[in-house]
Structure formats: C-alpha cells, structure tokens
Design a protein around this ligand. Sequence first.
Ligand code: 0X9
Ligand code: ZN
Length: 414
Amino acid sequence: MLGTSYALPVQERDLYKTYDGYRVIRIFPRNQEEIQYLHGLAERLCEVMKSPLYPGGPMDVMCSTNKTNEFKSILNKSIETKKRRNSRKEKKAKMNWDDYQRYETIVIWMKKTAKENPSFIKLIKMGRSVEGRGIFGLKIGNSPLGTETRAVWIDGGIHAREWIAISTSTYIIKKLIDTFSSEQTSDPVIQSVDWYIAPLLNPDGYEYTHTNKRLWRKNRREPPVGDKKNCYGVDLNRNFGTTGFGIGASTRTCSEVYWGTAENSEPETKAAEKTILKYKNNIRVYITFHSYGQSWLTSWGYTSDLPEDYDKLYTLARRGADASELVNPKREYIVGAGGAALYLAGGATDDWAKIEAEIPYSYTVELPTKKSFVVDPAEIIPIGEELWAAMREMAIEAANTPLGKDKRLKEVKA
Ligand code: 0X9
Ligand code: ZN
C-alpha cells in the first residue's frame, strides 16, 4: 500500500520540507471533545503529527517558532475558561438528595429557599467558621402562637465525616418546605410548632472530607502556637462549656477528641450556642444528628448516672424510633442514655442544650448505618424519610410542653 499514489505525495512533501525552527508540543487530551478542539486549533495554526489513539493518549503538534506561542496561549486561555465554567457550574449545582452535596450548594439552596418563601422561612446567619465560611440556619414556621410558639431544634454535621447527618437535616428542611407551602401536603401537627434547623455546623471540616480526607472528624482549627506535632482541629462535640467538660476528651491536639484550648473556644461552638440561647425559651426539643449507630441517645452524656427525668426522655425517644421503624421495618433503633449506653463524653451539645440552654428534651441521634460513616447515597432519601416520621412525634411533644426553662434545672445543676 505504501507505493500507492495516495501516500506518495505526502512522503514527498515531508522529504523536501526542512523543520529547522519548528517545535513539537505534546498534549494529552482527556476526551473526544478535547481531541476535536485540539485538531481544529492545530490544523489552523500548526500541524498534527500524531493523533491520540484513545482519550488520555499523547497528541503531538508541530508548530513553527512564530506560531508556537500563539498556539500555547490560545490553549491556555481555553483551559482557563473551561475551569471557570466548571467552577461556576459546581457552585450552581442544583440541590438534590440523590447524592451528598457540598457546602456551597447547600448554602445557596438555603438562601434561595428563604428568599422564595418569606412568609414562613427566615435565614439565620449564625456565625463564621475558623476558615471564614458562613454558618447558617433556617427558621421554618408560622409561629401560630406568636412568642408562645414551641419549637424543635435540629442540627447536623458537627462531625465532618458524618455526611448522612447533613443530608438528613437538609431532607427534613425539604419536607418542611413541602408541608408548609402546599395545602395538599399540609400537616397541622408539623405546623403547630416552629423549626430551627442548622444542617452544617462544621463547614470547614465537611469540605475537608470532600477535598482531602474522607474520615476527618474535627473542625480545621490551626495547631496552637508551639504545637510540635502540628495537628489541626478541635472536636467541636467536646468543646461546649458545660458540666462534665473534659470527660472523655483529650488535651492532645492530635487526638480525635481534642477539646480545644478552652471551653467554647471555637467559633463554630459559639455560633451554635448563641443561636440556641436566643430561641431557648421556645425550643422544647433539641436534636443533633450524628452517625453511626442507629440509636437515640438521651441525657446524660458526661456521666453514667441517669437524669431524674430519664423516663420522660426515654419515652419520647422511643416514640421517635418507633415512628422510623414503621417507615422501615428492617431498621432497629436502640434508645438509651449516652453515658450509660455508649461511653462518657463531656462538652457535647446534648448536655449543653439541657443544662445551659435549659431545653427539656435533648437527644443525640446516631443515624444508620450500624457499621460505617460512609453511607451509600442511595440511602439518603430512605433514611431521610425515617427521620421525618420521627420528627412528627417531636412536634407533638414540643407543642405540649410548657414554655420556659426545664423544671428539673435546679436538680441538674446541683
Ligand atoms: O462521641 C460523640 O461525640 C458522639 N458519637 S460520634 O460517633 N458521632 O462521635 C456521641 C455523643 C453522645 N453524647 C454525649 N456523650 N454527651
Ligand atoms: Zn458524631
């Protein structure tokens, strides 16, 4: 075939052409779109020496000296534009529950949602993280009893790697929006109370689990000056200033349960505390989503002693767990006191909410699975549905609980 009239002219041309002052540029296009684009560009300015046989394979382009820079600069510009377009696309990623969402997507959605439903949603700017990310909450509700309206608080994502806690919180926001915004899906029980939801209390840690280390737990506090180990991060669920601070926690910066330099030292802690304290008179039930374990943990967490009102706490938690198990009969939630049933851990939000914010019912809910922090995204909606059913029980109880501080407070603090 070599001797055909087809190939010959090309060979002749190559034989007589001198290539002084030419440069060969090697590029690795990643897909067909890039291969096509490079062909177009190279054929216009230079010459394609070798086309890639597969995406990711090498492509050689030969350019004369005066065209080399032009070729490179057009290529670089187009790479930059593509990067910008992709990052804009990422930022605008639409909220959904088919997969775990990044911080930016969640926040944009929360802001948009509040703007679109001003009659029953208010955006709460709670504060900023160590790295400066905004921490946001939503108040959802019509406050049917004005300042006397009871409320339920929900937070998620204080531990960065517990992604299901964040998706479950945003799923509950979505269900609340559906309930409040349409006659067809309205529910007088859900609508009898206000809902405060902060789905992502530790945004820096969460982003870090997406970009660097999937199983990161703490915030991203830089190591204290002089820390030889150079370890980042405070366990925010050991940083809340309350009875038992320091129990089941560590002074070592590298520890997963490092409590910080002092009680309430972290901006994420302060943001949560400040917001809860503002609404504490109305909040009757405090819930913090964690994973993993499939359990409802009641007070106390810092001691294995049970609180005096344990029966009351247990009964409501069991009602919540039962409601979830009705939605998914295969699931089994365990109910027990954190300190007695799991391990002792002081300085956590649940003890702080009951002791310092004087909220009558306080729970840490360890979401499914039983085995791992890494939960298949296909589980986001089923788990969301289970917890949504449990929230109705919380609303019933909250609506029937007197306002003001927990009657047991004196005994608790003694
Ligand atoms: O250790 C924790 O902070 C929680 N478990 S997790 O695996 N999600 O880290 C449990 C906290 C329970 N509450 C208290 N012990 N106060
Ligand atoms: Zn946790």
